[in-house]
Design a protein around this ligand. Structure first.
Ligand code: SF4
Length: 333
């Protein structure tokens, strides 16, 4: 992880725990990573690995009745967001950091038109008047590729296709030119062709607006064209943190290697096994968080398990003394 005042976002040993009557259950464990302004990062892992909870924590969007921070900091522009009041957070969310979700209907209000919802964000955060915000809303819909924007602005969410709804949600999210956009599985519910269009759109907008992007996904296959850096999560831990090129060329953690082997379109990637076509899914499932034993959490599924893996949790360490590549595995002492 790169430390320094230039970081837009920095998680320092952040841990989050599920409150339970008897014993609290750790869900996110000592997460440390950083993001520079304008940088794009993907957080990847199977369901239940903690990636969505990590994304929500960055915006402090977890339910404080159910979860509590058990350690660490989340610095956004140098301020620890964990110590901010709800009013201060409302000022940040939407304006400086925004989030889009897998299902746009969770973010769009079905009883208001797309235009009304974008205009509301503009008047709330940027104090724009009615006429100005209407013009800006049309501009935003055009920017995200919605045709006949002047007409579509009067549509209700249910009148749009899934892909158009996702574009409308992106328009709302970028309305205040945030410095950080978090996209949580933004294409999972969409057809493959629409998925590619939405990914292209996010990449184009990132360049146009100069915002940083965190893409949360279970699909390592879609990060190649979008992310500069990839974080692989497993059982609430970061198990690999790497520039995207290095990760695809030479994945280090056995879990990352397994994820790459299970991608269907191997031929678009530059991994050394790119000639293979047979899919090779990782055996077994992600263990429930309360079923983890001592040692490495990937041990029950790992083809390279050693004696030490049973007993000692490997630390996340820089590879060859580098801050740029980190891995949590005893194969890399
Ligand atoms: Fe496999 Fe051991 Fe590395 Fe865990 S620490 S991923 S069990 S080799």
């Amino acid at each position: 992880m790169l430390n320094g005042p230039d970081n837009l976002l920095e998680l320092r040993d952040f841990s989050l725990t599920l409150k339970r009557k008897k014993t609290p259950l750790p869900l996110l464990k000592g997460l440390s990573f950083s993001l520079r302004p304008g940088e794009s990062m993907a957080i990847v892992g199977e369901s239940g690995c903690g990636k969505t909870l990590t994304a929500r924590s960055i915006m402090k969007l977890y339910d404080e009745r159910s979860f509590e921070v058990s350690g660490g900091q989340i610095l956004f522009k140098g301020r620890d967001i964990l110590g901010l009041s709800e009013a201060e957070l409302r000022g940040l969310r939407g304006k400086q950091m925004a989030m889009i979700f897998q299902e746009p209907m969770t973010a769009l209000n079905p009883v208001f038109t797309i235009g009304d919802q974008i205009e509301e964000a503009l008047s709330l955060h940027l104090d724009m008047g009615k006429k100005e915000s209407l013009m800006r809303a049309v501009e935003l819909l055009e920017q995200v590729g919605i045709p006949e924007a002047e007409y579509r602005i009067h549509s209700y969410p249910h009148e749009l296709s899934g892909g158009m709804r996702q574009r409308a949600m992106i328009a709302m999210a970028i309305s205040c030119n945030p410095t950080l956009l978090i996209a949580d599985e933004p294409t999972t519910a969409l057809d493959v062709t629409v998925q590619a269009q939405i990914m292209e759109l996010l990449e184009r907008l990132r360049e146009e607006i100069g915002m940083a992007l965190i893409l949360v996904t279970h699909d390592l296959g879609i990060v190649w064209s979008v992310a500069e850096r990839v974080i692989i999560m497993y059982a609430g831990y970061i198990v690999e943190n790497s520039p995207v090129n290095d990760l695809f060329k030479d994945p280090l953690h056995p879990y990352t290697q397994g994820l790459l082997r299970s991608i269907p379109q191997q031929d678009v990637y530059k991994w050394k096994d790119k000639g293979r076509r047979r899919l090779d899914p990782i055996p077994g499932n992600v263990p429930a968080m309360d079923q983890l034993g001592p040692g490495c959490p990937f041990r029950p599924r790992c083809p390279k398990e050693m004696k030490v893996c049973k007993e000692i949790l490997p630390p996340l360490t820089g590879v060859n003394g580098s801050d740029l590549r980190e891995v949590r595995c005893h194969l890399y002492p």
